[in-house]
Write a protein that binds this ligand. Structure first.
Ligand code: NAD
Length: 502
């Protein structure tokens, strides 16, 4: 059963109750393809948020004591439900976010992989044992859940980013409170429904909607142990500082400015297609989107000319229910205006707009075509700021060293890619570029579920990253036990062993 219908107030999940909180504070959810309001997100108060945390805390003892194989089996069942509802989940992402159906399917696939990873967690949760560390003494380290975990997610992957967090946290034995982006709450609600259908006991997964008031309540509540955040850098920094000041462990992934280095020996046809896919896929609203192409030596003209020709052929249009588009809208009209303003800022600073995506589109969707800005210098705002829209800046440099230097000066450090036929250049780049996720002839080097999502610099605040073994480590804490069993005098040995419980 679907809890959300058109223009309905989006419900929260508190234990086994789906209900919208009593509040006059609501924010609109749009279909960016049409500009229509499709639902309203209630913004929970601090008290309403605390109520949800208490429910998650109450469910903790029983869930953390549930055998890990049973916890993992919920993930097997969730995976099968996601497969069964695959097209519906993808259509919902397109409806509330605006990315194309092909992009939405790719997103849901990545989410399914996270559930598969979570289902395999029993084999990662094995502890370590070292027998006889002293005569007759054995040592063991085993992993325990940390407690109530919180996930705060951005608008750009409504399905996948929540799945980066709760499947791993829950299978590790924690209970969870998800606060999805208020702009795209519908996918998260649908995942919550599927989790309950998969047999998750009530209270283990909870969903609260809100803005800063709700987030602050999550960051400061005594019963929250850990906070996972994905979003923009200023908010990531705030979440990290506030959460850790309140004694939580925090992993906070932030924004990005991803560099795409093109060497003159690259296969230009393939490279141009990869640059366009990286910069304009999901209308540029990916934390791994290429945003600054750095053309080395003679690569400048073929890159800019190729991009203008190729990006000019991309079909831009409403993506909801329409597979005949290559690029959908951006999330909101204000965001479209903000992104478009960067083209004026760039020309004001002396760059030239080689392809201008500002056009009149039919309908009321938040559409903006792809843009290419040429002659960008490192000091310009389009070279350093996260635009998060379909704008690719191109800087021209003489050497790979200059390209590496631009990376060293970048405040972010999420992803970067090089396009080349030279193993030497690729190795130099891999070894020295100042970012945590590297592509070699791969335009969007986003790690899969089994690897950590390793942003560097101001693209990540914390220690243990999301995904992979680090993700599991984040959601567990270790307990080390030293054991000595002195030999028992058989004449005093009580043969009846009773369980004392915990
Ligand atoms: P955002 O920072 O505006 O919002 C993210 C979450 O924080 C939302 O749930 C929102 O409700 C909450 N929030 C917003 N302002 C807040 C405040 N002042 N106090 C407390 N909570 C607040 O991000 P967004 O616009 O939804 O998403 C786009 C950003 O996310 C981009 O910067 C993108 O690069 C980044 N992102 C990063 C990654 C990564 O892995 N590094 C992945 C996806 C998106």
């Amino acid at each position: 059963m679907t809890a959300v219908t058109a223009t309905q107030t989006v419900p929260m999940l508190c234990g086994d109750r789906w209900q919208a909180p009593e509040t006059s504070r609501l924010t609109d959810v749009y279909n960016p393809s049409t500009g229509e309001i499709i639902a309203q997100t209630p913004l929970a108060t601090a008290e309403q948020t605390a109520e949800v945390i208490e429910v998650a805390a109450a469910a903790l003892a029983t869930w953390s004591d549930t055998p890990v194989v049973e916890r993992a089996r919920v993930m097997f069942r969730l995976r099968s439900l996601m497969e069964q509802h695959f097209e519906e989940l993808a259509a919902l992402v397109t409806r509330e976010h605006g990315k194309t159906l092909a992009e939405a399917r790719a997103e849901v696939n990545r989410g399914v992989e996270m559930v598969e990873f979570a289902a395999s967690i029993p084999s990662l949760l094995n502890g370590d044992v070292l027998p006889n560390v002293a005569p007759g003494v054995d040592a063991e380290a085993i992993r325990h859940p940390v407690g109530v975990c919180v996930g705060i997610t951005p608008y750009n992957f409504p399905n996948m980013v929540p799945l980066w967090m709760f499947p791993v946290a829950i299978t590790c034995g924690n209970t969870f409170v998800l606060k999805p982006s208020e702009k795209v709450p519908l996918s998260a609600v649908r995942l919550g429904e599927l989790l309950l259908d998969a047999g998750l006991p009530p209270g283990v997964m909870n969903i609260v909607h809100g803005d800063k008031e709700c987030v602050d309540a999550l960051l400061t509540h005594d019963k929250v142990a850990a906070v996972s955040f994905v979003g923009s850098t200023p908010v990531a920094k705030y979440i990290y500082e506030t959460g850790t000041a309140n004694g939580k462990r925090v992993q906070a992934a932030g924004g990005a400015k991803n560099h795409l280095i093109v060497m003159p020996d690259a296969d230009m046809d393939q490279t141009v297609k990869q640059l366009a896919a990286s910069a304009f896929g999901c209308a540029g609203q990916r934390c791994m989107a290429g945003s600054l192409a750095v053309a080395v030596g003679g690569a400048g003209d073929p890159v800019v000319d190729g991009l203008v020709d190729y990006a000019g052929t991309l079909r831009v249009g409403p993506s909801d229910g329409n597979e005949e588009v290559d690029m959908g809208p951006v999330i909101r009209d204000e965001h479209r205006q903000r992104v478009a303003r960067y083209l004026d800022i760039a020309t004001g600073e002396g760059a030239s707009v080689a392809l201008d995506g500002r056009r009149d589109f039919a309908g009321n969707g938040f559409l903006l075509g792809p843009s290419v800005v040429d002659q960008v210098k490192p000091v310009m705002r389009v070279a350093s700021e996260e635009i998060f829209g379909p704008v690719l800046s191109v800087a021209r440099v003489d050497t790979l060293d200059e390209a590496l230097a631009m990376g060293r000066d970048c405040e972010f450090g999420n992803g970067a890619a090089i396009f080349t036929r030279s193993g030497y250049a690729a190795r130099e780049f891999k070894q020295h570029f100042n970012a945590g996720m590297i592509g070699i002839n791969v335009g969007v080097p986003a790690p899969m579920a089994w690897f950590p999502f390793t942003g560097w610099n101001r693209s990540f605040f914390g220690d243990l990253h999301i995904q992979g073994t680090e993700g599991m480590q984040f959601y567990t804490r270790q307990k080390v036990t030293l054991t000595r069993w002195p030999q028992v005098d058989e004449s005093h040995h009580d043969p009846v062993w009773k369980s004392t419980g915990r």
